[in-house]
Design a protein around this ligand. Structure first.
Ligand code: MV4
Length: 667
């Protein structure tokens, strides 16, 4: 086995590989760009080598720099992970030339499967079923029409140079074919510079089911069952699971046999995945073979109990496969979701920003989290927006789905948009819950899954307002404890008054409108007044900042992250952003008539801008209060003479304390 392994990747997969290498007692070397100096994979590795500026083409794709880093660090092997150079035959060859072990298949296998039409021909020879179609070189329109009529309709026109769903056009009937062919050729020529077409029978509601295979250098090849990856968006997998819902054992064996035949046809070594289209009638067809470890490999690991990265290292070191086929079996059900930095409300545009707050679910025997990020990281446009993979496992799919819901509820990302709420909604979709999934799932349920956020509920507004007041009192209490008389009634920040309806008005805004929330202090909490509804509320902030609240007798837990005046509320599967209008909002005009000004919240007087007896005009700064880690300057709500200043600089004031009296003009 190797003594030292260089991981030519970043993010969650680099961290994941390092974890297995450490477990096997292998020293690890990370490579990183300038942008990743402080990243998690660098921190976890035993050694790290800077290989260039942030752009991948100048760092993670620089074969020369990676090989040099491996040679210099004494690594005997390089693990490419997925993406970047993982399916780059030139990189595999460069490793071998440098005397380094490339943890992956032979370069020839990468080449063979990299060319889609060559791959199809190889599969056909190996007896792997292909979608009925035509993949020939002859492109005469007349011949293609004859081929189309042989294949039957509906028919799919695919650009040979296309891939990943690009350059596909459905033709419903023969009379549409000539025009559709001409249009498809034009599109392929402009998109790929190559107008060659292949024809296939169109499967209307296929599932994407893939088989994990593993081969060693001793002629052994096994499969580790299937994964269903049908829940995709624009050909990007979002949810993967194993085993495939409703998979019959006979069909599983047929697909697995075809996958192993495919691997043997190209003398495969290492971890590989054969992707199939599974039609509604149970027929399946080769789509493509991936010659790398896939993002979604954890669901296979959880149902088989195997560590596929350990298998990769053992096979690369010349050892035989750790298991024979009859020693592998399925235990339970696993589901993986990909937490992406992208904004579902903006057509999943990749999101960038700083992870101001990040909490990922606690790991357990049912919950696994593979991530390469940590709170405080900046997510840039340089790399794939995958933040983390949440993988759950349980005896039955229904239970796994329950763990997934709880895991997503416990996922908190503040500072940039992510697809958490979208994933959480999938978990409640009836078809998904029933396991009735196919590649058209997301498109079919787009409205439900992507509906723009409704107005905040009364409960959400109350929770946000409750948090603000509890946070203020917590800060004031902490400050009061630093004074000479922490128990003085003046330091009582509960805000409760005998014989007076002491209350607080907050103005909360979301992207569409404003909400005034009035909280009336009550002996056991608050009476919350919203337009059209009032209810009781009380709560407490736990030591780790969680809000435990009881709203009209309904007890719930919420997280509120405050950055300045921006509030992010995370409660029961939903993330809600609210803006807290200036705490002085509305107070000044209320108090103007009274001619006195009281403290809008507990705080410390840090500046007094006028002297007693001075004449002031509307808007003149009077004094500045420090509260909630911010400075709030109180300006004159009316013209007049300052008749009384009740406090001095440095004094603590409680909420509601009278600060200044202004005698109106003319007495
Ligand atoms: C198909 C198909 C239906 N019929 N081929 C999309 C990209 C590439 N993976 C192959 N794809 C498809 N090929 C025939 N004959 C439907 C798709 C397809 C799809 C396949 C797998 C996963 C997601 C998909 C989303 C849309 C369309």
């Amino acid at each position: 086995m190797f003594d030292c392994l260089l991981i030519a990747n970043r993010g969650e997969i680099a961290c994941r590989i390092i974890a297995t290498a450490k477990r096997l007692g292998i020293r690890t070397v990370a490579v990183h760009s300038e942008a990743d100096r402080q990243s998690r994979h660098v921190r976890l590795a035993d050694e790290a080598v800077l290989i260039g500026p942030p752009p991948a083409r100048d760092s993670y794709l620089r074969i020369d720099k990676i090989i040099a880093a491996a040679t210099r660090s004494g690594a005997q092997a390089i693990h490419p992970g997925y993406g970047f150079l993982a399916e780059n035959a030139e990189f595999a060859r460069a490793c071998e030339t440098a005397g380094l072990n490339f943890i992956g298949p032979p370069a020839a296998a990468i080449d063979a499967m990299g060319d889609k039409s060559r791959a199809k021909k190889l599969m056909e020879t190996a007896g792997v079923p292909l979608v009925p179609g035509y993949h020939g070189e002859e492109q005469d329109p007349e011949l293609l029409l004859l081929q189309a009529e042989r294949i039957g309709f509906p028919l799919l026109l695919k650009a040979s140079a296309g891939g990943g769903g690009k350059g596909m056009r459905v033709v419903e009937a023969a009379d549409e074919f000539p025009a559709a062919l001409a249009a498809a050729k034009r599109e392929a020529l402009s998109a790929f510079g190559d107008e060659r077409m292949l024809l296939e029978r169109y499967l209307r509601r296929p599932r994407h089911v893939e088989i994990q295979v593993f081969a060693d250098t001793h002629g052994n090849c096994v499969h580790l069952f299937e994964r269903d990856c049908s829940v995709q968006r624009r050909h990007q997998k979002v949810i993967e699971e194993a085993p495939a819902p409703g998979m019959r054992e006979e069909l599983r064996q047929q697909m697995a046999a075809a996958a192993i035949a495919a691997a043997k046809a190209i003398a495969y070594v290492g971890a590989g995945t054969i992707e199939f289209l599974l039609d509604e009638d149970g027929s399946f067809y080769f789509m493509e073979m991936n010659t790398r470890l896939q993002v979604e490999h954890p669901v296979t690991e959880l149902i088989s109990g195997q560590d596929l990265v350990a298998w990769q290292l053992q096979v690369a070191a010349g050892e035989p496969l750790p298991c024979r086929q009859n020693e592998l079996s399925i235990a339970g059900h696993a589901i993986e979701v990909r937490l992406y930095a992208e904004d579902p409300q903006r057509d999943f545009l990749p999101a960038t920003g700083r992870l101001e707050h990040l909490r990922l679910p606690a790991i357990s025997s049912n919950v696994r989290v593979d991530t390469g990020i940590q709170q405080g990281d900046t997510i840039s446009i340089h790399y794939d927006p995958l933040l983390a993979k949440l993988i759950v496992h349980a005896a039955e799919r229904r239970q796994a789905l329950q763990w997934l819901r709880r895991g997503l509820d416990a996922t908190e990302v503040v500072g940039l948009a992510c697809n958490r709420d979208f994933l959480r909604r999938v978990c409640d979709n009836a078809e998904f819950v029933a396991g009735d999934i196919d590649t058209g799932f997301i498109e079919r349920h787009r409205d439900q899954l992507l509906s723009s956020q409704q107005q905040p509920s009364a409960e959400q507004l109350a929770l946000a307002a409750l948090y603000v007041l509890l946070q203020r009192h917590q800060e004031a209490k902490a400050r009061a404890e630093q004074t000479a008389e922490p128990t003085s009634p003046w330091n009582d920040t509960s805000g409760w008054r005998l014989n007076s309806d002491n209350h607080h008005r907050l103005l909360l805004r979301d992207s569409d409108q404003e909400y005034v929330v009035i909280l009336h202090y009550r002996p056991d909490g608050y009476l919350v007044e919203l337009p059209g509804s009032t209810f009781t509320a009380r709560g407490e902030l736990t030591t780790d900042g969680e809000l435990l609240a009881t709203i009209d007798g309904h007890r719930c837990r919420a997280r509120v992250i405050q950055q300045g005046l921006e509030l992010t509320l995370i409660v029961s599967g939903e993330t809600r952003s609210l803006h807290l209008a200036d705490p002085l909002y509305g107070l000044l005009d209320q108090q103007a008539a009274a001619g006195s000004l009281s403290a809008p919240m507990p705080g410390k007087i840090i500046a007094i801008h006028i002297a007693s007896g001075a004449r002031v005009n509307v808007g003149d700064p009077l004094l500045t209060l420090e509260a909630m880690k911010m400075e709030h300057t109180i300006n004159a709500p009316k013209s007049g003479e300052v008749s009384e200043i009740y406090f001095q600089v440095g004094e603590m004031v409680e909420e509601g304390a009278q600060l200044i009296a202004i005698a109106s003009e003319g007495g």
